[in-house]
Design a protein around this ligand. Sequence first.
Ligand SMILES: [Zn+2]
Length: 356
Amino acid sequence: MVHGRLIPGGDCAAILSNLPSGVLSIDDVLANHTLLPYYTRFFETDKKRQVWEALQVGRGSGITSVRTQMPDGTEGLKFCPNCYLLDTQEYGEPFWRRVHQIPLLGYCPMHKIRLVTVPIKFARLSEVFLPLGSVQCQEVEHGKAPWMEPLTDMLTALLCRDYAPTVGYNNLHTALINAGYGVDKISKYQTLSVEKIQEAARAYYGAQIYEQYFASLSAAVLSRLVHWQLSSPDRYALLAVLVGLDADTLFGPALGVTDPLLERLLSCKEAGVVYGKSDLAAKMGIQPGQLDSLAAKYQIEPFWRQIRQERNRCIRLLLTDNEYDAISQAAKENGNTPLAVFARTIILDVLQNKER
Ligand SMILES: [Zn+2]
């Protein structure tokens, strides 16, 4: 029987049938001693029930698309040296703890130290007998990235706590939009930008996690994500931690939307400086047409149109080639703003900041 894998199969029922009845129930085993709750965390209720019922009667779960490799692309079993020693003291021998086997987890939730990996292909686990007691306890490697602790908390919550996807809204979508990962096009229902998310994920998590979880990200995947339709929990966990959500907030009451563009627009309005429409758009890094869409979307009275300024004064600037190129380049990067508009906006901004 195949039993070396992260998703339980018919083996659970088969093994239990060899134990005296009443010692362990199959529900207890599946819920508390396998990674099944982790892998089915985002399943719809019906699908979750189907999987559960199949396993209860000793059939396979039907779940095939499970990522078993760790972020470096290898497979193996993991343990925490502290848990190893404590379990030996308490129970007489160490054992493989299930939470440590979540592929993305690199850090012990109880002891906040790095896990040690014993490399082995999961396919081989059906042929070998590998109790943790046969593995020598090793010194732990030190050093950790800033995301390791929040990610560990999130993964542990997805396995051990009783969360379910929220109906009618998705706080991960809202938090990603609020963090500025929406596409630049302004519309009523804002969609997420694949490129911005990929860039942020690579910067935050590094190349290995990026390659495994984000290199093939697409608009279709993001659209499934905002409807809670991705079956694997890994990307939910990674993205939630990227934008600073914990599990309680992810599955909690709906978050409010704070569009970063709207915030910028309101702070310009607050500042009370008189800008023409194209100057204001340039200051915000968007096109004048987008300013109209933004105002319509949030029903903001266009405060820039009221002010009609006659522009009939002129400054003549003499520049070296290098200076001219530098300013052109900056204007181009600032949403292709016309050069004169860009220069005027910058100068007015400097004056405004001086006044403060
Ligand atoms: Zn530990």
